[in-house]
Design a protein around this ligand. Structure first.
Ligand SMILES: [Fe+2]
Length: 247
């Protein structure tokens, strides 16, 4: 099996992820050894204080694919961003221009978004709805790490019922964010609310790109078919712009 990872901070110089080409190569080797063959590079993106142009990230993805090939690492990078849910995203969605550039892969049908860790802005459902009006489905990154959503599961259920997809971090299943995040991640997966698992890799320690441990954890939690659905099929659908499903 080969995994598709829709959430990583592997591009040096864009955020708090990889800090050098050498670290990118180390992360890429670790990802490939863990079974990942395709990875979206998703630097943090705040539409209110955009510190780089999306075209710069796209050019970096292309250049680093050349470097990976030259180093014989069997991993391909594709585009994406991890976009903060705030007024800047609302404005971009309202205007309509530029939203697609922030989307995952080449199909531009899904956008990876995140909330602050402690709370959920009151306007978040409206901001995400504005994105949906553009025909783009938000994928909410790691809600199991968001204190408000863990304490108010009905708020997350409401987002899911509105058509928002949910992505759980592999590290949450490993327990690196504590018991509460792990239990929440397990529950979201068991309920079928979370239909994607990704690394959110920032380096080779802690949040790292090795998805093999998550595959084992998913097998234990949901059975032997689960890793393929959550780490390969649905992530592939997200990049290809197809419907994400529970089977
Ligand atoms: Fe992230």
């Amino acid at each position: 099996m080969t995994w598709t990872d829709i959430h990583s901070h592997i591009l040096p110089g864009f955020d708090d992820g990889a800090s050098s080409d050498e670290e990118l190569l180390q992360m890429a080797r670790m990802a490939a050894e863990g079974g990942t063959s395709l990875m979206a590079a998703t630097p943090h993106c705040d539409c209110e204080t955009l510190s780089f142009e999306p075209s710069e990230a796209a050019a970096a993805v292309e250049a680093y694919n050349g470097l990976l090939k030259a180093n014989g690492i069997p991993l391909v990078l594709t585009q994406g961003m991890e976009v903060r849910v705030n007024a800047g995203l609302f404005e971009l969605a309202r205007e309509g221009d530029g939203l697609e550039e922030l989307c995952l892969g080449n199909s531009k049908k899904y956008i990876l978004v995140d909330l602050p860790l402690a709370d959920m802005p009151v306007a978040a459902p409206d901001i995400l709805y504005q994105v949906q009006l553009r025909g783009i489905t938000p994928i909410l990154a790691h809600p199991e790490r968001n204190r408000y959503l863990v304490e108010h599961p009905a708020a997350l259920k409401d987002l899911v019922e509105r058509g928002i997809e949910v992505q759980v971090n592999s590290g949450s299943l490993a327990g690196i964010f504590g018991k509460q995040a792990r239990n929440s991640a397990r529950l979201l997966l068991k309920e079928g609310a979370a239909r994607l698992v990704a690394s959110d890799a920032h380096g080779t320690k802690g949040r790292n790109p090795d998805l093999s441990g998550a595959a084992k954890a998913l097998t234990r939690l949901l059975g032997k078919e689960a890793p393929r659905l959550l780490l390969e099929i649905n992530p592939g659908r997200a990049l290809d712009g197809e419907n994400i499903t529970n089977d």
